[in-house]
Design a protein around this ligand. Sequence first.
Ligand code: UGA
Length: 433
Amino acid sequence: MKISVIGCGYLGAVHAACMAELGHHVIGVDVDAAKIQQLSEGHAPFFEPGLPDLLARAIDSGRLSFTTDMSEATGADVHFLAVGTPQQQGSYAADLTYVNGAVDALLPYLTAGDLVVGKSTVPVGTASRLADVVEATGARLAWNPEFLREGFAVGDTLAPDRLVYGVRAGDEASVATLDEVYAAAIARETPRIVTDFATAELVKVSANAFLATKISFINAMAEVAEVTGADVTQLADAIGHDARIGRRFLNAGLGFGGGCLPKDIRAFMARAEELGVDQAIGFLREVDSINMRRRSRMVDLAIEVCAGTVVGKRIAVLGLAFKPDSDDVRDSPALDVAARLAELGAFVTATDPEAIETSRRLRPTLTYVATAAEAVANADAVLLLTEWRVYRELDPEHLGSLVAERAILDGRNCLDPAKWRAAGWTYRALGRP
Ligand code: UGA
């Protein structure tokens, strides 16, 4: 099929490359000329395992190209909307400027029979509004939310765990077109839910709201564990054995960040308020608060370990990305804690395997170094804030020979406390004695 992908950020760039990998002919469109230049040369503008290879293969095959010129979307059978929906300035609501702008820019190039497919995460009600506009051209609209995780984006896109198609009642033609796009997944009997626009939009936000709630639930248990001497990691293992609960997404620690979970629960709260059902999801406010309190708790722990003040103390921060295998620092708990400690007067030296440049753009005044060894040199305390494998595998003896004080704060509950304590370290963590 001929496919256009409007918006070449995390979602769009991966989607475009994966669609080409599946054999479709794909044109990726974005207003950012620098990004398009990079992608055209086969370079991923962000760190995503597997993406550079996929891009190179797709471009070499002649099935994938990129442009800033929307007119090149003309003639595609399917146009995916993959632009961002960030949080509005000064409000919890989603900013739909890019979605509306993409549709307006695409309209002149649509022809009867084309299918426009929304993938962006939008407030419920958006698809129905956009469908009216798109249908005026003779084209159709479907909403097909995306569930990819950063760090696993290629695998999640090529082999999704479910497909959700939101379409107008009785729109069999759009269903058939989407089945053709996703023929490989359909052949593997990937579960496919065909539904209305509102349900499709809500599936996406409710999935992220559920995941955020699960994380904040275990972090709430961590708060209780901290005052009772209980161990939240053992608690999570124990309740996780109940198949109804499940162990995944029950890792207590510094909490969730990134470009999705935080802004999606906030946009959901804002939309629910507009719809007059804010009471129904009022608990998300608590989910958000629990999450933000973990960052404050980490700062307090650092102060405690530094004997009451971090002023003039050398603090090493290992990990800046919002999670491992990503260079994304949008709303990153790790970068936030690093910045707060620097503001409190600590000499913070931070490192991350991939996220130094992205961090520098957001927090130019922090001190960044390339390796953990450099970061911990003469440190009074070491904070592990993103559980990259290289940090999980650090040797307490070797690290101990580099620091001023053997004090480590495990913000992700990813180290073995016994091993670190045996090497003479003061080991502190969130929700764990
Ligand atoms: C999330 C969802 O998992 C995807 O399904 C969804 O498609 C995506 O948002 C999106 O809306 O586009 P992502 O933001 O890549 O994906 O990251 P997650 O793997 O969900 O992690 C989010 C945050 O939660 C990270 O900061 C991570 O460290 C934290 N987390 C995760 C925990 O604190 N504990 C856990 O047990 C799991």
